[in-house]
Design a protein around this ligand. Structure first.
Ligand code: ZN
Length: 94
């Protein structure tokens, strides 16, 4: 996936080097609402070309996204904004 302005990537030492990224973006054109996503994908290799599975190397053969709050590799809480909002005590009205 190309680097896009306004997108953030979780810089994780435990993240596999290939075919997975954790990105903060509005992936589904969600009215500009950004969330943390686990993006799983597979880029075509030379072998896929030989097997007639792809036309060019680097072509995305598979791609799927899942909304996440924590990094599934290092356990870091990513969605701090969301967390903060839910834990702010309500103001007393009396
Ligand atoms: Zn991580």
């Amino acid at each position: 996936m190309n680097q896009t302005i306004g997108y953030k990537y979780h810089n994780c030492k435990q993240l596999p080097e290939k075919d997975i990224e954790i990105v903060y973006a509005d992936f589904q054109d969600n009215a500009g609402i950004k969330q943390w996503w686990l993006h799983l994908y597979r880029e075509a290799t030379e072998k896929d070309l030989m097997d007639d599975e792809a036309d060019i190397i680097g072509e995305i053969l598979f791609s799927n996204i899942i909304v996440i709050s924590f990094c599934p590799f290092c356990g870091k809480l990513l969605n701090e904004l969301h967390f903060t909002k839910r834990t702010i005590p309500r103001l007393r009205t009396t």
